[in-house]
Design a protein around this ligand. Structure first.
Ligand SMILES: [Zn+2]
Length: 247
């Protein structure tokens, strides 16, 4: 196949979407970065002298819960004024266009929800939700900041962020929903994800093995570029709105 232009690739993806009724979109940090969400990885990813990998762990929380909550309160302060971008809005619009549409996100910032998405699988949880370390109750709590050591209204035990920390397993029920969606989809879009964090990294390849048409939308090539049917280089906030535009 001859090398296609980026515009040609976007048109091809749009055609594929028009001809199917079961779609999966997987999103990662790239789509959030376009809304100004810092990645907490690599250069400049420090809070005080700490890396996210020093604080977003069950060990850190056991050692110094107050410090971990301070870190999450700071992240909430950073996120609170940010808004969904046109990429988030386009994905929210897609939900009603297909008989089956599943949005899987690695992001915890809640921006998909803010854009209006409802059929979502949040792989790594959501920073605006908390979970009781005693009774396991999970509730939405959008206070900024939360108390230094927030406690459960039901049992009084310490609350923790409802996010998956480094070294923690993903919820098996969530993984089951993910694998059902990936088995059944006809088109999968892999958006703004570097393809290095598992299990999300292998989802596109799995969908492709199951016969789905898999397109990547990313600012730069990833380790998976070339293994998918299509790789579109660009901002999700520019490519995705084109896919839902009429004509
Ligand atoms: Zn509780």
């Amino acid at each position: 196949m001859a090398e296609q232009s980026n515009e040609g690739k976007i048109r091809l993806l749009k055609q594929k979407l028009a001809g199917c009724d079961n779609v999966v979109a997987l999103t990662g940090a790239g789509i959030s970065a376009e809304s100004g969400v810092p990645t907490f990885r690599g250069q400049g990813g420090l809070w005080r002298q700490y890396r996210a990998t020093d604080l977003a762990t069950p060990e850190a929380f056991a050692r110094d819960s107050r410090l971990v909550w301070e870190f999450y309160n700071w992240r909430r302060e950073v996120l609170a004024p940010l808004h969904p971008n046109p990429g988030h809005l386009a994905l929210a619009a897609m939900e009603s266009r297909f008989a089956h549409f599943t949005l899987i996100t690695q992001n915890i910032d809640g921006l998909h929800q803010a854009a209006g998405s409802r059929k979502m699988i949040e792989l790594h949880g959501n920073i605006w939700w908390v979970r009781c370390s005693g009774c396991e109750k999970v509730i939405e709590d959008r206070r900024v900041p939360l108390p230094e050591l927030p406690t459960c209204g039901a049992c009084g035990a310490l609350l923790r962020p409802h996010v998956v920390w480094f070294g923690e397993m993903l919820d098996p029920n969530i993984l089951e929903l993910v694998s059902q969606a990936i088995e059944a989809c006809q088109v999968m879009m892999v958006i703004g994800t570097s393809g290095v964090v598992q299990p999300a990294a292998s989802m596109g390849a799995t969908a492709r093995r199951r016969g789905a048409f898999v397109a990547e939308i990313n600012l730069e090539p990833t380790p998976y570029t070339g293994a998918y049917d299509l790789s579109i280089l660009g901002k999700s906030g520019e490519v995705l709105p084109f896919l839902v535009a009429s004509g």
